[in-house]
Write a protein that binds this ligand. Structure first.
Ligand code: ADP
Ligand code: MG
Length: 709
């Protein structure tokens, strides 16, 4: 009887939000559509994005334009609309008690600003100061009437909740949400289960979940708030790690791998007789790691990281030869046609004296060729297939695919990768290679279910590329430098940005640039070629070839040359409007030079105006050639979601943790999770019962999560 009853008992957290006192159907609808809050449990997890410390005010005269967020008290003595139509903005003069004045500017919600902000009325502003035309300015600060700001409160700290314009228009502001939270907390707090075992909480100095939830909404003081945040962040990071590891454990258990244990004739023959250089120690180590996985009967799922030019291709090839030695086929997949073709040519040349059949398949492969290729893949005559994503189409069937390399992986979607698995009765081993290094924190989250190998050494004899920043008005000097290098027999790239939104303008820039270069280099001893995405593949190939063969000295291009292209004689990379490129793209582009024995140069051209972020990117490039360091800066500047592209941003939606700021905590969470999986992968021990429960319930909530690899 009692059991029956408990089955019907509803968890208070699952109560629809409209039943909360102060909500009702109208507000419930708004909370749902605007903030995604449907149930009591959702509201409870709607954390304040900051806390107000009412005791801290800055005088305007004390504000440093580089400071983080500051809180100021004062009045608007003037607000004007400036500019016309789309360029309109509102600018206010905000004066504090000492009479000092700061500019406040708005670019959006102008009507709302005009209607709701009153002159000569006391306000409290909160925002990030900055400089504009040498004057202190704050844009889009949070604004509150001093009168409201001073309303009675418990304690000195108060949570500020994000709301939307629509919610504010219906009088649901941070204050209202806080009131709702006050009503909610006593109703639900007792039903929150603890989610971390006592031993972890003790070791990591964490507070109980119920306490942390109460504190984050209504903190006692700064210290307890910090503890609550710390505990909640740890919990979140820990469960991300647990999920990744459970995916990995499940895969290892359920999916058998081909046993490719022999290292035979092909590998040895190539290694001894055809490899044109000695492998670096890092390459050797990484090949050993991969080989070991391939031979054990578990499916290899490994991420191979290495900086631009560290020699990932030959590692991939040697592993492919192991597959062939064991009677299997191998495939190498690249994100662009140019790159696939280049891989094909490199590998074809390297293997030219061996009896191994290599084939290329891209989007532009002709029908008749494809037909023959399909047949030869199915009968096993082709040993290595190199291609773009044309390679994963269902029509492409292998005889026995044993090993797949995915190069420059971040451009491949999740679904595309999983298709590869189905290419063989027993899924092939999969090696994912990154174009540029990714920061440790990302490797632990986005790729957390993969094993990782790192090539942390460049082939010997490479000279670090010298990188400099030049303004547009120094272009003539840059041209002079290019001429000097060309005189020495070197070749030069000049790259222009091509960003989709401003495609027409960008093409114009490219063509203008091409023209001015052909004018400056009009002497007949110079040949200039141009490559961009709108050209026919044949024309592109023709131009690329001319450059690769040294028949022309200057290659003007858009970023189509970003990945892969390998012309060792090219020693100068000029990047136009370089402030518009992302860091990893700049690093990739720079990696196109410095491939031969000569000193190479990268010249980053910009206009005179640079945003702070743009300046930081340029500065980082000038300071270092180390792709791992660059990746760290990139992650800090752009944030994780953006860095990985949209396809992966879903799993990067952390609720409270931030993998950049909380890198140390992430590391700790990973250690705890690893400890569990290496000692008790079934989570059988009694003290892990709550972990098992929590994991199951999380998996139920986001079932797709497991598909990330
Ligand atoms: P990436 O890791 O950027 O894909 P590649 O595989 O294209 O780098 O290698 C870059 C260049 O370095 C190629 O020309 C390749 O032949 C060469 N290379 C690779 N390994 C070595 C090595 N151990 N010694 C000398 N040159 C090497
Ligand atoms: Mg490469």
């Amino acid at each position: 009887m009692l059991d029956l009853y408990s089955q019907h008992k509803v968890n208070p957290l699952d109560t629809p939000i409209e039943f909360l006192k102060g909500v009702g159907p109208m507000r419930a609808e708004l909370l749902r559509t605007e903030l995604g809050i449907r149930f009591y449990g959702d509201l409870l997890l709607y954390f304040p994005f900051r806390h107000i410390d009412r005791s801290q005010f800055y005088a305007i005269s004390e504000i440093d334009a580089n400071a983080a967020m500051v809180q100021v008290k004062g009045r608007f003595i003037r607000i004007d609309a400036i500019g016309k139509q789309r360029a309109t903005r509102m600018v206010g003069a905000f004066q504090d008690e000492q009479g000092a004045i700061m500019e406040v500017a708005w670019f959006r919600s102008l009507t709302w600003i005009k209607q709701s902000i009153k002159l000569n009325t006391d306000y409290v502003l909160f925002g990030k100061p900055g400089l504009f035309n040498g004057k202190l300015q704050m844009t889009h600060p949070e604004i509150e009437l001093l009168e409201n700001f001073n309303k009675p409160l418990k304690g000195g700290l108060e949570g500020v909740y994000n709301t939307t314009e629509k919610l504010k228009a219906r009088k649901i502001d941070s204050r209202v949400i806080r009131k709702l939270m006050e009503t909610l907390l006593p109703l639900v707090i007792k039903s929150i289960p603890e989610t971390l075992p006592g031993y972890i909480r003790k070791r990591q100095k964490l507070q109980p979940k119920q306490w942390s939830l109460k504190e984050i909404h209504f903190p006692e003081n700064m210290e307890s708030l910090a503890q609550a945040k710390h505990s909640l962040k740890f919990e979140e990071l820990f469960y991300v790690q647990m999920r990744l590891m459970s995916i990995k454990a499940k895969r290892n258990k359920e999916i058998p791998g081909q046993v490719l244990s022999a290292v035979g004739e092909h590998f040895n023959n190539f290694y001894t007789n055809h490899l044109p250089f000695e492998l670096t120690n890092a390459q050797k180590r990484v090949i050993k790691e991969i080989r070991k996985d391939m031979g054990t009967g578990k499916q290899l799922n490994r991420l191979l990281q290495g900086d631009v030019g560290s020699g990932k291709t030959v590692v991939a090839l040697l592993c492919a030869l192991i597959a062939i030695d064991n009677g299997f086929q191998a495939a190498i997949m690249a994100p662009t046609e140019i790159l696939a073709t280049q891989h094909y040519e490199t590998i074809f040349d390297l293997l030219s004296e061996m009896h191994i059949n290599v084939a290329l398949l891209t989007g532009s492969s002709k029908t008749a060729y494809r037909k023959k290729l399909h047949a030869n893949l199915e009968n096993g005559q082709i040993h290595i297939l190199i291609g773009t994503h044309a390679l994963i189409e269902d029509k492409v069937k292998f005889n026995n695919l044993g090993f797949v390399v995915i190069d420059e992986q971040h451009r491949f979607g999740v679904a595309q990768r999983s298709k590869l698995w189905r290419k063989n009765a027993i899924p092939p081993h999969i090696l994912v290679m990154t174009a540029t290094p990714i920061p440790r924190t990302l490797a632990m989250t986005v790729y957390g279910d993969l094993d990782v190998s790192v090539i942390d050494e460049l082939p010997p004899g490479r000279k670090p590329i010298k990188t400099v920043h030049r303004r547009d008005n120094h272009r003539l000097q840059v041209f002079g430098f290019m001429k000097d290098e060309i005189k020495k027999g070197r070749q030069v790239y000049v790259v222009y940005p091509l960003i989709e939104e401003s495609e027409t303008l960008d093409y114009k820039d490219l063509m203008d640039g091409y023209e001015s270069i052909t004018r400056a280099f009009s002497n007949e001893s110079y040949q200039v070629s141009i490559v961009h995405g709108k050209m026919k593949p044949e024309a592109k190939d023709f131009e690329m070839k001319r450059f690769a063969e040294g028949k022309c000295q200057i290659m003007v291009a858009t970023t189509v040359i970003e990945v892969g292209v390998n012309v060792p004689n090219a020693s100068v990379m000029v990047i136009e409007s370089s402030e518009r490129f992302g860091l990893s793209q700049l690093h990739q582009l720079r990696g196109r030079v410095g491939r031969g024995a000569d000193q190479s140069y990268c010249i980053l051209m910009t206009g005179n105006k640079l945003s702070n972020e743009g300046r930081k990117r340029i500065q980082t490039m000038c300071e270092t050639n180390d792709g791992f360091r660059i990746a760290e800066v990139d992650l800090k500047l752009r944030g994780p979601g953006d860095l990985m592209g949209t396809q992966q941003s879903g799993i990067m939606e952390f609720h409270i943790a931030d993998i950049v700021k909380d890198a140390e905590l992430l590391q700790q969470a990973r250690i705890e999770a690893e400890y569990i999986y290496s000692n008790d992968a079934e989570l059988a021990h009694e003290q892990l019962l709550i972990v098992r429960h929590q994991l199951t319930s999380l998996m139920k909530k986001r079932p797709n999560w497991g598909r990330i690899s």
